[in-house]
Design a protein around this ligand. Structure first.
Ligand code: FMN
Length: 158
């Protein structure tokens, strides 16, 4: 079985999740960043996983473009999704707002790997906006990396 994990990560957390997933897939998975995924022949994989974080409610445009451009191939093989973020209560909305209905219906599992916001990693206006969201705290930790191993087991078992 060969599983292609396509991800985008601006700050590194989603990348860590994608690489941890790759590790749990024990030689059956390969993680590639979405900007390099155009070179992949999706037909050569038994399954595709797409993962990214949300920023102001949006999955990065590159991921959305990849999904739209490759929807035929994605609908032709098992597909799974994961999203990273700090507001788990909105996860269903994030999927619905960012992925076409056909893709969501086709995906056999959607998982949430959480995330974190560390103010020091940001600058300028973005830092000011994040600072008001964090209400005086310097960091917000909502990691759910514990969801990665069961997700991998599902992919290997299905
Ligand atoms: C500018 C910005 C906006 C964000 N907006 C959201 C959001 O709308 N919902 C959410 O759940 N998390 C939000 N987050 C949290 C990120 O999804 C979280 O920091 C994640 O770990 C980022 O992953 P990355 O390191 O791969 O970029 C936001 C983070 C940043 C920096």
């Amino acid at each position: 079985m060969s599983i292609l994990i396509i991800y985008e990560s601006k700050g590194g957390y989603t990348k860590e999740c994608a690489l941890t997933l790759e590790k749990y897939l024990a030689g059956k998975g390969r993680a590639v960043e979405v900007h390099a995924a155009g070179k992949e022949n999706l037909a050569g994989y038994d399954r595709v996983v797409i993962g990214s974080a949300v920023y102001a409610g949006r999955v990065p445009a590159r991921i959305r473009r990849f999904v739209n451009k490759n929807s035929k191939d994605l609908l032709n093989r098992p597909l799974s999704l994961f999203v990273c973020g700090t507001a788990e209560e909105f996860k269903d909305t994030y999927y619905e707002k960012n992925y076409p209905e056909q893709i969501l219906n086709h995906a056999d599992i959607r998982e949430w790997f959480g995330g974190h916001i560390i103010l020091e990693d940001h600058h300028g206006l973005k830092k000011m906006i994040l600072s008001s969201i964090l209400k005086g705290e310097k960091e917000l930790h909502r990691e759910r990396k514990d969801n990665i191993e069961p997700f991998a087991k599902f992919l290997l078992g299905s």
